[in-house]
Design a protein around this ligand. Structure first.
Ligand SMILES: [Zn+2]
Ligand SMILES: [Zn+2]
Length: 181
């Protein structure tokens, strides 16, 4: 297959050329998790759908996803089998399972924080904190999630075989004051 065909399925939130995202997507880099204000507008602004590889697990996020980034820590690399993982923060009250919740397994990688994955196909779906879903993996979102990664975190322990080719901000561990994923 030629390059154009091969690249036809690249997710819209990932830039192969390493170009930086537009300026409006880089605001409030150091902000904490954004909690959408659903009371002011009366209703969440959009519904984002996600699913696992085999399709048995489906979920929805009833808000915009404004906070996402790439984590290079050793745990994310292991659990994804990849150079890094891309997560988006969600407010627990905006997350809901649509189907297949009984197929979701939870692995407590850190005290009180679990990685969620499909027991059938292994797709990593996101993470929980104290039993509540606080992040989703951007790779399991169907369609354009409307968010672009804003930073690379835990770069201090990134894989030696990977090179970051964009100019997003990099942090050795957590960004100051921030703790998503
Ligand atoms: Zn699955
Ligand atoms: Zn990580």
């Amino acid at each position: 297959m030629d390059d154009a065909e091969h690249l036809g399925s690249v997710d819209p939130w990932y830039d192969l050329n390493g170009n930086s995202p537009s300026s409006e997507l880089r605001v409030s880099l150091l902000g904490t998790a954004v909690i959408p204000d659903v009371s002011a507008a009366g209703a969440p602004t959009m519904t984002i759908e996600g699913s696992c590889l085999c399709g048995s697990v489906k979920y929805e996020v009833h808000s915009d996803l404004s906070d996402s980034g790439n984590c290079h820590c050793s745990m994310c690399r292991k659990v994804h089998g990849a150079a890094f993982a891309t997560y988006a923060t969600v407010a627990p009250e905006n997350f809901s399972w649509v189907s297949g919740k009984e197929s979701v397994s939870f692995y407590e990688a850190s005290p009180g924080a679990c990685r969620m994955f499909c027991s059938s196909c292994g797709s990593i779906l996101g993470g929980t904190d104290s039993g509540r879903v606080t992040s989703v993996t951007v790779g399991t979102i169907d369609g354009d999630p409307g968010t672009r990664p804003r930073s690379h975190i835990f770069v201090g322990s990134m894989a030696p075989w990977f090179q970051i080719s964009d100019d997003l901000p990099q942090f050795d561990e957590w960004p100051p004051g921030d703790e998503w994923a």
